[in-house]
Design a protein around this ligand. Sequence first.
Ligand SMILES: Nc1ncnc2c1ncn2[C@@H]1O[C@H](COP(=O)(O)OP(=O)(O)OP(=O)(O)O)[C@@H](O)[C@H]1O
Ligand SMILES: [Mg+2]
Length: 274
Amino acid sequence: MELDKADGDGRLGTSSVPPALEVSGISKSFTHRRRETQVLNQVSLTVEPQEFVSIVGPSGCGKSTLFHIIGGLTLPDTGTVRMNGIPVTGQRGKISYMPQQPALFPWRSTLDNVLLGGELQGAPQREAREAARHWLAKIGLGGFERAYPHMLSGGMQQRAAFLRAMLAPQELMLLDEPFSALDALTREQMQRWLLELWEENRRSVLFITHNIEEALLLSTRIYVFSGRPGSVLHTVEVPFPRPRREEIADSPEFLRMRRQLSEWMREEQAKSQS
Ligand SMILES: Nc1ncnc2c1ncn2[C@@H]1O[C@H](COP(=O)(O)OP(=O)(O)OP(=O)(O)O)[C@@H](O)[C@H]1O
Ligand SMILES: [Mg+2]
């Protein structure tokens, strides 16, 4: 498929700099009541420094499990995780991570939750607080700095958790469906905000989403996963130049890619339901 082509995005792909993240040959099974289920099968993927990479795939194909493995929360049965060329399989604390369920601490205010990542790494307090206040206002949480998580809506909690991951100092950021609890309009706003922020201050990002348009708008590359056990079915380089704006969604190339990705997703969904 000619979608699998090189991009014109100025990536550091062929340089001697090691990838920010390199996942090689990861397989994982879980055993429940003596029944073994294979969840991931020989997954390999890379995120180059300052690259924005997405994973799309059917529900239950092991995407969140892969993030747990990269974050060192779960050990793989086979395979390795490397960051900047160094093996880190099973090591925690190397990434900034936003889990699928926003995990805010109920006893901390919104502001203190957002500041947590920097605090753990010993970042300077005063600047971090100022930055956090600035960004809280930008994502519509101004005035809620002192509110506790139970006083926020689901979408507000998700935005705060997202900001916490964004402000953490680690170079590699893993985002597990960060916008899934948001209404369509807020979601578009957050995408725009993420795109701008990332283009301004490039981090290495691995992003899980079910939303194909979102993946095409944001990513340099998209990995399409099969149904369980999850494996990489297709690797799609996304050629649109940056800075990107939402207008690219009207271009014929974007529409063609969206159609192809939707078809692949539908096929996998159908297989996993048959
Ligand atoms: N700790 C665990 N013990 C047993 N089974 C698990 C465990 N964690 C995940 N699984 C199983 O692994 C499979 C993949 O789950 P995972 O959460 O990784 O899927 P996903 O691709 O993130 O799905 P979704 O898109 O719905 O979030 C599921 O069948 C799930 O039941
Ligand atoms: Mg998941």
